[in-house]
Design a binder for this molecule. Structure first.
Ligand code: MN
Length: 414
């Protein structure tokens, strides 16, 4: 007798709860997303929710962020009690802190995987990463390989490799697939999760936030996923996209993380999987609670800009936490001491929150490279290392050196 094993799975990632945008609190925006996600889970009759890393923006999230996350878990389960939830750690999350509450969750359908556990002989415990996804009747419809962000040392060793980190990641997924092969029945799907940078993924030009390395040395070829898994739910890159194949995807971040994401369609991905057949994949666009606004689109002289700002809507009695974030583009041909003050004055009582002022010189180049605190805040340690190296040696550091730097950095960060 044929039996329907089809399952509806929602894939999301890169929430960055607790993130501030140019020093503005985003609790409201995250809350709006989480309410919308709960509605989607219910309206789509979702069976499972996969969150592929970077739940929190920092490794020691605030009490408000932690509370927001657990309130969401409680509410989504109350709204749809059969929902299974699988959460993995991203590079922004603390692996051990994220999974610390797991004992309490053992009696629920929620799994949080922060670390890659090893067996006494040092081998990776693939069973601990393999989570059965059950249908409403309790039958196993498929398996999820819940692989968190891998820190150097998590991945298996690859002898003689010039890129031990990336080659080790590929080997880990290969071994995980081999672990599942004898367990999995033909009517069961296998979904892999990952928080990593694949080669060929499109980044926006000024998105430094998720660039963990230069030169692409830390990129994993998406072929390792497309050839082995029914679907791969990736996190880390904030732009929603498929990589290499339709069934290997980044869900992207649900809310914009920088002005470079102005034109992204933020989304979660609905995956309808039935056995090992190609799944049906439907991106579900998300509403934006606080939009990004650039005024004007291209830089104009200050007097004109001030007039445009005065023409903006008044705030009225609306709360400001949904007001657009504003980037002001001003054409400058020299120092303008009163510039910021004039812009701030023009914005008084307006329904917009000043995030940044971009001064553009007549030749079209930005006024200064990257020394504002906000941009510094977005710099990764490896970027600082690379800049210092260039300054000292007038050349780029070798891939091997960058990899060694990352290894050292991650081992300290841990
Ligand atoms: Mn990340």
């Amino acid at each position: 007798m044929p039996y329907f094993y089809g399952m509806k799975i929602i894939h999301t990632a890169d929430w960055h709860l607790g993130q501030r945008f140019y020093d503005y609190d985003r609790t409201f925006e995250h809350g709006a997303f989480l309410s919308h996600l709960t509605q989607l889970v219910v309206s789509q009759d979702a069976d499972a929710l996969l969150i592929s890393g970077d739940i929190f923006d920092v490794s020691n999230p605030s009490a408000i962020s932690i509370r927001q996350f657990y309130t969401f878990l409680k509410e989504v389960i109350a709204a749809r009690p059969t929902l299974q939830i699988i959460v993995t750690a991203g590079n922004h999350d603390s692996p051990s802190r994220l999974e610390a509450p797991q004992p309490l969750l053992d009696s629920t359908r929620i799994s949080i995987i922060g670390t890659v556990s090893k067996r006494p002989d040092g081998a990776i415990d693939y069973a601990a990463l393999t989570i059965p996804i059950q249908d409403a009747q309790g039958s196993i419809a498929g398996y999820c390989l819940a692989v968190p962000f891998l820190r150097p040392g998590d991945q298996p060793a690859v002898e003689g490799s010039e890129s031990p980190y990336t080659d080790g990641i590929v080997k880990l997924y290969e071994e995980a697939a081999e672990h599942i092969a004898p367990i999995r029945e033909p009517h069961q799907f296998v979904i892999a999760m990952g928080h990593l940078h694949t080669s060929g993924a499109a980044l926006s030009p000024d998105d430094k936030s998720e660039r963990t390395s230069v030169g692409g040395v830390e990129c994993v070829s998406p072929a390792v996923f497309s050839e082995r898994f029914t679907y791969t739910a990736l996190g880390h890159i904030h732009r929603a996209q498929r990589v290499g194949a339709d069934h290997v995807r980044y869900s992207g971040s649900p809310i914009p993380m920088s002005f470079s994401e102005e034109n992204y369609v933020h989304q979660v991905v609905l995956v309808e999987a039935e056995g090992s057949a190609p799944p049906t994949i439907t991106p579900l666009p998300l509403p934006i609670a606080a939009p990004l606004l650039r005024i004007p689109k291209t830089a104009r002289p200050l007097d004109e800009v001030v007039q445009l700002l005065r023409d903006l809507e008044d705030v009225g009695d609306r709360p400001m936490d949904g007001a657009p974030y504003l980037q002001v583009n001003v054409l400058v041909d020299g120092p303008e001491p009163g510039l910021k003050h004039r812009i701030q004055t023009a914005l008084e009582g307006k329904y917009a929150r000043l995030a940044r002022i971009e001064g553009v010189l007549p030749d079209g180049k930005p006024e200064e490279e990257s020394s504002t605190p906000d941009r510094l805040d977005q710099l990764q340690p490896v970027d600082v290392f690379t800049k210092k190296y260039r300054q000292t040696y007038q050349s780029d550091p070798s891939n091997q050196l960058v990899e060694l730097f990352n290894e050292l950095y991650h081992s300290i960060e841990n």
